[in-house]
Design a binder for this molecule. Structure first.
Ligand SMILES: Nc1ncnc2c1ncn2[C@@H]1O[C@H](COP(=O)(O)OP(=O)(O)OP(=O)(O)O)[C@@H](O)[C@H]1O
Length: 862
């Protein structure tokens, strides 16, 4: 393996003046990072949690003991005040000794009386939240309740037990009660307390003060065409109500179609959300099965909106309606309220869990919360690589310019104007030929001009697309390195909104070339050995690691050379995907490559099914919808991370496995972009038997490092030129119909190692992302099965297939949560039992049994 070491790394002798300052800054930043890490550290939270719980228990013990010992201890606390804490000779009866006696006296007598127990509760919930690591209790809401409780209960108790020696309401309750007695009298205070207490209960439980409805008299003969009572608004606040809305038919508010008058129709036009005669179904959680719903309720109960799991979803079934009386206010109110809830700051949400649980009020699902503490790698892990500003000798420029002019003159080509753009490794001389000079003439003289300029790597671009000029690229004598760090620090990289941003390199005009791999949508790289391919792959992978969260991206790494990508093993539990049961996430064995590629095809098919069911066209829309909880995880929906497949030495694979590798790659390349699977394929030998027509046709974005022949250049880019590159990361990128010369960004192996370690040291998922199981059809073929040895899930699978009239293995996988192997075996058994037809390749099998009754008959006959 080439260790990607800079060939000419020199110690930096000329340190700039301001260097020490930069170091100071760096250290400060590190210290800050450490403090932040400490504050975010799970263990710090757990320790804090335990301290809070200890405080809660101590206070509870001291308070409870105080109830029985206050008379004995009060004198001593009065007499010695703070001294009671420190004077050894004082005997107190409180279970927590002098501390207990003092603290309880302080809370009860000087504070809030019995309401002080709220403090135990406060420390308890803080402790639980810290220990569990998520907000089991909502602190702000509880603090509001506690404050109210402290004031209300202490005042009420002080008011009731005004003459009792025990400090029921403490000094606070006593003061408020006395002030109120003086202000509005005892009766006024009693009434005020009653009203406040009742108001709180009403606010909390939202009792209905409805007079019993008059039941329609069934015997009454006169037909009433329209019911008198208005349609109640779909419930959004009461818990029970919402539950009603969820459950089955009862939850779906169906308003019978009604005839409208012309006038009403006119109004309806103005309010397009409400049209006559259409059923209105409030946007509720549409859970298919009651058990599932109950499970969901429990989950939500635990979760609240603070930790949004994937279980909350919304089925988009809102349809407009009206009722006869024109009481469109009811449904509209709901819609209005729902909208109002979206985007409200969480802590400001009115104090009712139900509203929060209303699907539309729920927070969007954020996949990043799984690893919420994840820290993106920092730029200081990367090196600057004696990155100097691109400067070129004025004399070199002058010399080249004169030589170009002279050479062209020798061939009777005169020019109007010449200009130069100095890039990191190459300078572009742009020539405007004199009127009447044919461009093809210059093009034909390419080799002669190169010879005359006696420099390697001259590339003539005649004409430069979009300009009427001719370009001559001449390598610089002194080349500068483009460090990946500089690219990643650029605004273009930091601020972009791309799905999979990759920093590739710098153009000749020093503009950073940053592209979206998701748009490419796949990338083919070729280059002779030692020209910068491995560095190129690292550059791409590292730029993705700097921008993506582990929940958003997974790599499938194929490395037949076994050493190039091994560094990434460290991030297995964060960013890598692998086959179930495999030990190594980085695939080096050809057989396993075939399995992995086929597993990716299955993942692609499953994703397509999910997208179809969700009515979305691509992964972005799908994930958005899932994020808004509109897709039911119980139906197999899940957040889909992007998957980037990287194959480092494609030629090796094709040589050993041929079609078996080519077929799935071609399938993936053709279809996988919409479902977020993207391919980066690199090869040393870009010959036609390796980069076949099918592969080429599906890889519109291609990168060529220096190759050994013009033919190779044509194979990869469809045009010559790559053979004239100068190596060391000099590349041509063909993307969006344009051919651009770039200097690839450089990232050294130790830097990649540091980034991988930085990520690997953090908490990851329990294991790598699992790809679907793949079983070789050939291995299954010819295996007769005895119907007596049916899979225990056979009957369930048969019912699912017949109910859905769809003979698809992925349906079984999703519905029954099975691996591909088992679902495939089940399908074969169903075929043997005559329930489904034969395998039809990528299409679903025919379902031969049409009704469930027929199926039951078959099942009973076994
Ligand atoms: N972008 C770059 N900027 C500067 N130097 C580079 C760049 N890319 C590569 N190099 C130099 O070229 C050397 C070889 O690069 P690299 O290992 O990527 O080649 P390769 O094509 O992967 O070779 P092989 O196929 O034999 O592994 C590196 O060690 C480095 O010194």
């Amino acid at each position: 393996m080439s260790r990607n070491k800079l060939k000419s790394e020199k110690p930096d002798t000329k340190k700039p003046q301001n260097k020490p300052d930069a170091n100071v800054l760096k250290k400060d930043k590190e210290a800050e990072v450490k403090v932040k890490e400490l504050v975010r550290d799970e263990r710090t939270h757990k320790v804090l949690g335990m301290i809070c719980l200890l405080l809660a228990v101590c206070l509870f013990t001291a308070f409870t003991s105080y109830l029985f010992t206050w008379e004995e201890d009060q004198d001593k606390v009065f007499r010695y005040s703070f001294g009671v804490l420190f004077m050894n000779g004082i005997d107190v009866d409180n279970l927590l000794g002098r501390f207990g006696a003092f603290i309880s006296h302080w809370f009860f007598y000087q504070g809030f009386g019995t309401a002080s127990y709220f403090f135990c509760y406060l420390f308890f919930i803080l402790g639980i939240n810290f220990i569990v690591g998520r907000r089991v209790f909502r602190i702000w809401r509880n603090v509001k309740h506690i404050l109210f409780g402290l004031l209300f209960i202490s005042t009420t108790l002080a008011f009731i037990a005004i003459h009792d020696g025990f400090p029921w309401g403490g000094a606070v309750g006593d003061s408020i009660s006395r002030w109120s007695n003086g202000f509005i009298g005892k009766t006024g205070t009693a009434l005020a307390l009653l009203v406040v207490g009742l108001s709180w209960l009403v606010w909390k439980f939202n009792f209905e003060f409805k007079l019993p409805e008059r039941k329609p008299k069934p015997a009454r003969p006169v037909p009433v065409p329209v019911p008198e009572e208005t349609v109640p608004a779909p419930p959004v606040t009461g818990k029970g109500k919402r539950k009603n809305a969820v459950k089955g038919d009862a939850g779906v508010m169906v308003i019978p179609p009604a005839e409208t008058t012309e006038e009403e129709d006119m109004q309806l036009v103005e309010r397009p959300a409400v049209r006559p005669g259409i059923t209105y179904i409030p946007p509720v959680m549409n859970v298919p099965e009651v058990e599932e719903e109950e499970e969901l309720e429990e989950e939500l109960e635990e979760e609240e909106e603070e930790d949004p799991g994937p279980l909350l979803y919304i089925e988009e079934t809102v349809e407009p309606s009206t009722n006869k009386r024109g009481k469109r206010g009811a449904p509209e109110e709901v819609a209005f309220e729902i909208k109002g809830g979206i985007g409200e700051p969480e802590e400001d949400i009115v104090d009712d869990v139900e509203m929060v649980r209303d699907p539309v009020h729920a927070d969007p699902y954020d996949p990043m919360l799984d690893l919420r503490d994840y820290l993106y790698p920092t730029l200081d892990l990367l090196d600057t690589h004696n990155h100097e500003k691109v400067v070129q000798d004025a004399s070199e420029l002058e010399k080249n310019k004169n030589q170009i002019i002279d050479t062209l003159k020798n061939y009777d080509i005169s020019i109007q104007k010449i200009s130069a753009t100095v890039g990191p490794t190459v300078t572009l001389y742009e020539i405007v030929p004199a009127a009447g000079v044919r461009i093809s003439r210059i093009k034909n003289l390419e080799d002669d001009i190169a010879l005359s300029l006696s420099a390697l790597g001259i590339r003539i671009i005649a004409p430069i697309p979009g300009k009427g000029t001719i370009g001559i690229e001449v390598p610089n004598v002194k080349k500068s390195i483009v460090s990946l760090k500089a690219l990643l620090a650029s605004e273009k990289f930091q601020q972009n909104n791309m799905d999979l941003p990759i920093a590739i390199g710098k153009k000749i005009d020093n503009e950073n070339f940053i592209a979206d791999l998701a748009k490419m949508p796949h990338l083919l790289m070729a280059g002779a050995t030692g020209q910068g391919k491995s560095v190129g792959i690292n550059t791409l992978l590292v730029s993705l690691l700097y921008k993506k969260h582990p929940s958003q991206l997974k790599f499938v790494l194929v490395d037949p050379k076994k050493v190039e990508l091994s560094l990434y093993k460290l991030i297995e539990k964060h960013f890598l995907a692998k086959l179930p049961g495999e030990e190594d996430a980085i695939i080096t064995d050809t057989k396993k490559v075939i399995h992995t590629l086929n597993a990716l095809c299955i993942e692609m098919d499953v994703r397509y099914d999910l997208l179809k069911e969700a009515g979305t066209r691509n992964i972005r829309e799908y994930n958005n919808k899932f994020g808004q909880r509109k897709l039911n995880p119980l139906k197999g929906h899940r957040y889909l991370p992007f998957i980037v497949l990287v194959i480092d030495e494609f030629a090796d694979l094709i040589m050993t496995a041929g079609k078996e590798v080519e077929m799935p790659i071609a399938r993936l390349a053709q279809l996988a972009r919409a479902v977020g699977i993207h391919l980066i394929i690199a090869t040393q030998r870009p010959s036609v038997n390796i980069i076949t027509g099918t592969i080429k046709a599906n890889f519109p974005a291609r990168i060529a490092f220096k190759v050994s022949s013009k033919i190779d250049s044509r194979t990869i880019l469809d045009i010559g030129g790559a053979e004239q590159l100068i190596g060391q990361g000099d590349m041509l990128v063909s993307f969006n119909g344009e051919l651009v010369r770039l200097q690839c960004a450089f990232v050294d192996t130790p830097e990649v190692e540091k980034v991988a370690e930085y990520i690997g040291d953090q908490r990851g998922y329990p294991e790598a992302f699992m790809l679907p199981e793949y079983v070789d059809e050939k291995e299954l073929e010819g295996k007769e099965f005895n119907l007596q040895d049916r899979d225990p899930l056979f009957e369930e699978a048969a019912r699912i297939i017949v109910q859905n009239q769809q003979g698809s293995t992925s349906l079984l996988q999703r519905r029954m949560k099975l691996g591909y192997n088992r679902a495939g075996r089940l399908m074969d058994q169903l075929e043997a039992a005559g329930i489904v037809g034969g395998n039809m390749g990528s299409k679903a099998r025919d379902v031969l049994v049409k009704t469930e009754a027929d199926l039951e008959e078959i099942l009973n006959s076994f």
